[in-house]
Design a protein around this ligand. Structure first.
Ligand code: SF4
Length: 205
């Protein structure tokens, strides 16, 4: 039986989150902005955005038009602006302006689902969580770990498969492996250590 964690450790030895942030709030904003967009593009925008508006207090006072102008290059900018202003207001009203550190509380915030909450828990608070984004979902299914029907089922399968102390690291390894090697289209299968267990590779023949 192949040791998937050991293979990931070889492929991605020191995984780091590619979004830039200095506070849990800034990470939360960056993750919301990263929907349907690359981390590199998000960083370009947030570098100046966080200097102008560093916390929930400043975001809560922006109009959708004002924030939309700052983030329009990232796609879906009106929805993202509305959610970021609403979640900032909710943080001020319900959490004393601070980002909460439980899945239950995080997912009460507008536009925040399990994936976003899991990234914040793991990266900002060092609390074990396994975020399932499009890359993790695809890689898990190709390796036969996840349930291909839903990200929630996939998250449960991954949490069962990998030890809890590794969840944050393994999540990042799967994101980076999926982003740069095991891509949705034309994955770089040559020399991939997972060929013998990969459903995609075996189907391709
Ligand atoms: S063999 Fe190809 S599709 Fe399968 S895990 Fe490796 S890179 Fe991904």
């Amino acid at each position: 039986m192949m040791d998937i964690q050991a293979a990931l450790d070889c492929l991605v030895p020191n995984p780091v989150c590619e979004l830039n942030f200095q506070t849990p709030f800034q990470l939360l904003v960056a993750v919301v902005l990263s929907a349907q967009c690359t981390d590199a593009r998000v960083n370009k925008v947030t570098n100046s955005l966080f200097q102008k508006y560093p916390s929930a207090k400043e975001f809560a006072n922006l109009s959708v038009d004002e924030l939309g102008k700052e983030i329009y290059s990232l796609g879906f900018f009106r929805t993202k602006a509305k959610n970021l202003i609403a979640l900032s207001k909710s943080l001020i009203e319900n959490f004393d302006g601070k980002v909460p550190c439980t899945m239950k509380e995080l997912t009460t915030l507008p536009g925040v689902g399990r994936k976003t909450a899991s990234v914040v828990l793991a990266e900002a608070f060092n609390i074990p969580a396994f975020a399932v984004d499009t890359h993790v979902f695809r890689v898990a299914n190709r390796l036969g770990i996840g349930d291909e029907k839903s990200p929630d089922a996939c998250e449960a399968a991954l949490k069962n498969f990998f030890p809890k102390e590794n969840w944050a690291k393994t999540h990042l390894q799967m994101v980076l492996f999926g982003r740069y090697t095991c891509k949705a289209q034309n994955p770089k299968c040559t020399d991939c250590p997972f060929q013998s267990i990969c459903k995609y590779f075996q189907k391709k023949g």
